[in-house]
Design a protein around this ligand. Structure first.
Ligand code: NAP
Length: 272
C-alpha cells in the first residue's frame, strides 16, 4: 500500500475508507461490515468517520467492523464545530470512543469552522492528546485564511486538512495546497469521486474507456499519484471496493490534467 507521511513522520495508507451514510440501513449492514473488513485485509487500514454521520451510526458500524483488530487501524473521526469547546470536546470524544468501542482515536478533526475560537479548540485537542485519548489532531474544510488563523492560534501540530478535492474541484491547488505542502501537512481528499456524480462525467467516461479502466479508477488514480494526498472514497459494496483499490496500480494520467484544467486563480473553498 502506498503511504503518506504525517508531519510527525508517521506513515498512513494513501487509500482509506470513507463511511458517510454507512450504518444507516440494516438490510445492507452485513455487506458494509464485510466491505470495511475487506479494506483492512487489503491494506486500506485508515477509516474515516464522524460523530455527525448518521448521528453516531457510522461510528458504531466502524466500531463493530474493527472489533478484535483495533491495532491494525488508523482511526479518524471528527467533532462538530458546536462541540469544539473546552468542555464540549472531551465529552464528544468520550461519546465517539464509546461508539467506536476503543480507548483512543488516531486522528481527531474539527469538522468545519464554527463559532468556538480556534485557540480554545487547539487547547482542548492538546489536552486530549496529553491524556492519551487522541494520538493526532487536525482540521477539515479550512480555507487558506482559516488555516493561517488556526496556525497563529497554536495549531501547528495539525496532522491533516481534510478537503473536498477531485478532478472537478481543483481550487485548493492554487494556494491552499502549496501552503499546506510547505508545512508538510497532507490533504485528505474527501468525495474523491464527487459522490459518484463524477462517474457520469462525459470527459472522464471517454478517457477511462480509452484506457480500459473504469471512471472511478481514473479519478482515484489521478489523486493517488499526487504527493501528500490521502483519498477516502466511500463504498458499501465489496465489488466496488476491489474496483477502487485497483486504482493504486494505474499510471500515466497526464491527459486528465488537460481535460480537467487546474485553477487559474484563487477560488473560495468548495465544501459538500
Ligand atoms: N470532512 C467533510 O466535510 C467530508 C464531507 C464529505 C465526505 N467526507 C468523507 O469522505 C468520504 C468520501 O466522500 P463521499 O462519501 O462524500 O463521496 P465519494 O467517496 O466521492 O462517493 C461515494 C459514492 O460513490 C459510490 N461509489 C463508490 N465507489 C463506486 C464505484 N466504483 N462505482 C460506482 N459508484 C461508486 C458510493 O455508492 P456505494 O456505497 O453504494 O458503492 C457512494 O454513493 C465520506 O464517506 C466521508 O468519510 C468528509
Amino acid at each position: 500500500m502506498k503511504t503518506v507521511a504525517l508531519p510527525s513522520g508517521e506513515k498512513v495508507p494513501a487509500f482509506g475508507l470513507g463511511t458517510w451514510n454507512m450504518g444507516d440501513d440494516r438490510a445492507i449492514r452485513a455487506e458494509e461490515l464485510a466491505t470495511l473488513r475487506l479494506g483492512l485485509d487489503s491494506g486500506a487500514t485508515l477509516i474515516d468517520t464522524a460523530e455527525m454521520y448518521g448521528d453516531g451510526r457510522s461510528e458504531e458500524l466502524v466500531g463493530e467492523a474493527i472489533a478484535g483488530r483495533r491495532d491494525e487501524v488508523f482511526l479518524v473521526t471528527k467533532v462538530y464545530p458546536h462541540n469544539a469547546s473546552r468542555k464540549g470536546i472531551p465529552a464528544a470524544c468520550e461519546r465517539s470512543l464509546k461508539r467506536l468501542k476503543t480507548d483512543r482515536i488516531d486522528l481527531y478533526l474539527l469538522h468545519w469552522r464554527g463559532n468556538v475560537p480556534f485557540a480554545e479548540t487547539v487547547e482542548a485537542f492538546a489536552a486530549l492528546q496529553k491524556a492519551g485519548k487522541i494520538r493526532h489532531y487536525g482540521v477539515s474544510n479550512l480555507d487558506l485564511s482559516d488555516m493561517k488563523e488556526w496556525w497563529k492560534a497554536g495549531g501547528q501540530a495539525c496532522a491533516v486538512n481534510q478537503l473536498l478535492y477531485n478532478l472537478t474541484r481543483r481550487g485548493i491547488e492554487f494556494d491552499l495546497q502549496p501552503w499546506l505542502r510547505e508545512r508538510k501537512v497532507p490533504v485528505m481528499a474527501y468525495s474523491p469521486i464527487e459522490q459518484a456524480r463524477l462517474l457520469r462525467e462525459p470527459r472522464l467516461v471517454k478517457f477511462a474507456k480509452s484506457r480500459g479502466i473504469t471512471p472511478s479508477q481514473a479519478a482515484l488514480a489521478w489523486l493517488l499519484r499526487k504527493e501528500g494526498v490521502i483519498v477516502i472514497p466511500k463504498t458499501s459494496r465489496r465489488e466496488r471496493l476491489k474496483e477502487n483499490l485497483a486504482a493504486l496500480e494505474v499510471e500515466g494520467l497526464e491527459e486528465l490534467d488537460r481535460l480537467f484544467p487546474p485553477p487559474a486563480g484563487a477560488q473560495p473553498l468548495d465544501m459538500l
